[in-house]
Design a protein around this ligand. Structure first.
Ligand SMILES: [Fe+2]
Ligand SMILES: [Fe+2]
Length: 406
């Protein structure tokens, strides 16, 4: 990293694993910048921190890039690769020395650290030297045992003639582990991390583990869905679950994800039109021009919005399979195809020409089954109902056509 521009006299260092970076980190950095009149705050994602032996830590590159995304909008925030590029175990003292070298000996350094770290400082490598080279800013969320911390700070100040500051930051009630936990349980992390970071996490499926629904959670979800529909529609839903789980076994998909997607696929189907319109507005559901004219098709996107907003589940593969089970979309994933096909072939659905063939194809080739299913829908809507079909159907048929002639 090169140091350019106006002379930096006060520099704050915000170290951390940033796994992932969240609003609490950003608020803290900004508060320190303001409080101590800092020129620049440098975020230094850790490489392999000596105090943490978490082998599951997200790769350095992901953590670095999320930190860059989160801090990009603040001209006073910079991100350093110092620790992630360093081989082996990294120590704070080495980073501090390096920053002194880069910014000049006279630069005043403030090292921001969690209050928990304060009582461990003396166990750090070259701790006495560290306390001479920089001032520590111990940050904590309100409610932490402040008295004990202040006592520790006084003790360190007295013994080492150093400056240690203390700052309470309410936003630090958020923690990275809590965010990982939320993702693990498919809860939303919106507004807890910057939007760019949220999108990045989704894009690379970071922190996503297998979902484990308890029997109670399953039961609760089933009750909710059945309360939104007629017994006939619920019987269809159970049929879709059964068929989708059979396909899940073949294509090795996550059972809980398949279960939730199948259960919720028609949750919004029988809601009164006025309620559908109101919910579309409430949850900012974006319908395309065709769907806006054919509100019966809106139940896919609306169902996904209910699952996301009323159940806090935001796993994109699950939401997309509900969203697009109505008319499909280009580039569907396996879960999307499974829900689409299970919907069309479940046991209880009235027989139609090609149903058995689609079902049999689905058991060994999802793409071939998709082509047959799309052709069947096309035929039914245009030739039997004599209605207009969603324009995406033509593109989808072209997408799956090559598999048909295999
Ligand atoms: Fe549906
Ligand atoms: Fe359905």
């Amino acid at each position: 990293m090169e140091v350019k521009g106006a002379k930096i006299t006060k520099l704050a260092i915000m170290g951390g694993t940033f796994d992932p970076i969240h609003i609490g980190h950003l608020v803290t950095a900004e508060e320190v910048r303001h409080e101590f009149n800092i020129d620049e705050v440098i975020f230094v994602p850790t490489g392999h921190p000596p105090h943490k032996s978490n082998i599951n830590m997200t790769t350095s590159e992901h953590r670095y890039l999320m930190t860059v995304l989160a801090t990009a909008a603040n001209a006073s925030f910079k991100v350093s690769r110092l620790e992630i590029d360093r081989e082996g175990v990294t120590y704070t003292i080495d980073t501090i020395k390096e920053l002194k070298r880069m910014y000049g000996e006279e630069v005043r350094l403030y090292f921001i650290t969690g209050a928990d770290a304060i009582h461990k400082i003396l166990t750090w490598k070259e701790s006495e030297k560290l306390l001479q080279l920089c001032e520590f800013v111990a940050v904590t969320r309100p409610g932490h045992n402040k008295n004990e911390l202040l006592w520790q700070i006084d003790e360190l100040k007295r013994r080492y003639q150093t400056n240690i500051h203390f700052l309470e930051v309410p936003a630090l009630a958020i923690s990275s582990s809590n965010i990982r936990e939320r993702i693990h349980h498919m809860k939303t992390i919106k507004y807890l991390v910057p939007e760019e970071v949220e999108n990045y996490i989704k894009k690379y499926n970071l922190y996503e583990y297998r979902i484990c629904l308890t029997p109670q959670e399953r039961e609760h979800m089933c009750q909710y869905v059945s309360s939104k529909m007629s017994p006939k529609r619920y019987a269809h839903t159970r049929g879709v679950i059964e068929m989708a789980l059979e396909l899940a076994k073949i294509y090795q998909l996550d059972y809980d994800e398949v279960f939730i997607a199948a259960l919720f696929h028609d949750v919004a189907k029988e809601l009164p039109v006025q309620e559908k319109i109101a919910l579309c507005q409430k949850y900012a559901v974006e319908l395309d021009a065709f769907e806006a004219l054919h509100m019966e098709l809106a139940h896919g996107k609306l169902g996904a919005a209910l699952l996301e907003n009323e159940w806090g589940i935001y796993k994109s593969a699950v939401l997309d399979s509900i969203k697009y089970h109505t008319v499909g979309r280009l580039g569907m994933g396996d879960l999307e195809k499974v829900i689409y096909l299970a919907d069309m072939t479940e046991e209880g659905r009235s027989p139609y020409k090609g149903k058995e063939q689609i079902k049999n194809l689905a058991l060994y080739d999802l793409n071939r089954a998709m082509y047959k299913a799309l052709s069947s829908s096309y035929n039914y809507v245009t030739n039997i109902l004599k209605e207009e079909i969603h324009p995406i159907t033509y593109e989808l048929m072209a997408e799956y056509k090559p598999y048909d002639s295999k």
